[in-house]
Design a protein around this ligand. Structure first.
Ligand SMILES: Cc1cc2nc3c(=O)[nH]c(=O)nc-3n(C[C@H](O)[C@H](O)[C@H](O)COP(=O)(O)O)c2cc1C
Length: 224
C-alpha cells in the first residue's frame, strides 16, 4: 500500500454528496458487486460484518415505491430503531440549514406545505434511482451493529463514487420498516436501518445543485 493516496481519498470524500435525482440507466451487475466487495472492507467490531444488503432493481423498485407510498398515506412511522425525538442546538441548526439548502435549490418557498410534502415523498420514489439497497443489521448487536453498518454505508457511497455512481442513504425508508420487511421477507430478528438509493446522477437537476457544509475542527474536536 502506497502512502500517497490522500489526495485521491480526500477528493472522493469532498466530491461525495447525496444525490436527489437519478437517471434511469441501470448499473452493470459486475460494477455493483465490485462496490459491495470494496465496501465490506470497512472495520467492524470483532469482524462481525453485521451488515446484510437487500438490493432491488428496476420494476422491483417501482413496486416497493408503490407500497411505500400507500403506507405513507396511512400515517404513522414504525422504524425498527427509534428515530431521534428531537435535534437540539447545533444539530437543530445543521438540520435546518441543509433542509433549506434543498428547498432553495428546488424552489420551495417557506410555508409551502404542499411542495415540501411532495419533495419529502420523493424519498419513497427513491429520487428516481434504478437500484435500492436496504441495509439491515442483527437486532441483538444493537447500537454496535448499527455503528458497523454506518461504516459500510460510508464505504459503499465512496466506492460507488469512485466508479462514477451517485448515492443517497435514506433513513426515511426505515420509517416504513414493516412494509419493507414484508416486501422483501427480511427476518424479524434484523433491524432495517436505512436504504441506499444509487445510480447515475441527473447532474442538471435542481436538487443536485447544492453542497452541504461541515463544521470547523474547533467545533467537534477537543484536544485533551
Ligand atoms: C443514515 C443516513 C440517513 C439519511 N436519510 C436521508 C433521508 O431519508 N432522506 C434524504 O433526503 N437524505 C437522507 N440522508 C442524507 C443526509 O441528509 C445528507 O447526508 C446530509 O445532509 C449531508 O449532505 P451530503 O450527503 O450531501 O454531504 C441521510 C444520510 C444518512 C447518513
Amino acid at each position: 500500500m502506497e502512502h500517497n493516496e490522500m489526495d485521491t481519498l480526500e477528493a472522493l470524500l469532498v466530491a461525495r454528496h447525496s444525490c436527489r435525482a437519478f437517471l434511469p440507466e441501470h448499473i452493470p451487475q459486475a460494477t455493483i458487486e465490485r462496490i459491495l466487495s470494496a465496501a465490506q472492507r470497512v472495520p467492524s467490531w470483532c469482524n462481525s460484518q453485521p451488515w446484510k444488503v437487500t438490493i432491488a432493481t428496476g420494476e422491483v423498485v417501482t413496486e416497493l415505491s408503490a407500497r411505500l407510498f400507500a403506507a405513507r398515506m396511512q400515517g404513522m412511522e414504525e422504524p425498527d430503531v427509534a428515530f431521534p425525538e428531537t435535534y437540539k442546538n447545533e444539530y437543530k441548526v445543521r438540520r435546518s440549514v441543509c433542509g433549506w439548502q434543498l428547498y432553495n435549490a428546488v424552489g420551495i418557498a417557506k410555508g409551502d406545505r404542499e411542495a415540501s410534502m411532495a419533495q419529502m415523498m420523493e424519498n419513497y420514489k427513491f429520487f428516481g434511482a434504478p437500484h435500492v439497497a436496504i441495509i439491515h443489521s442483527p437486532s441483538e448487536l444493537g447500537a454496535y451493529g448499527a455503528l458497523d453498518c454506518g461504516a459500510f454505508i460510508t464505504g459503499f457511497t465512496l466506492a460507488a463514487l469512485a466508479m462514477g455512481i451517485a448515492t443517497i442513504p435514506q433513513a426515511a425508508i426505515a420509517g416504513r420498516g414493516p412494509v419493507v420487511r414484508d416486501f422483501f421477507d427480511i427476518p424479524k430478528d434484523r433491524d432495517i436501518l436505512c436504504a441506499i438509493s444509487f445510480g447515475y446522477s441527473n447532474t442538471d437537476h435542481p436538487a443536485n445543485q447544492f453542497r452541504t457544509e461541515r463544521a470547523g475542527l474547533s467545533e467537534f474536536v477537543d484536544w485533551a
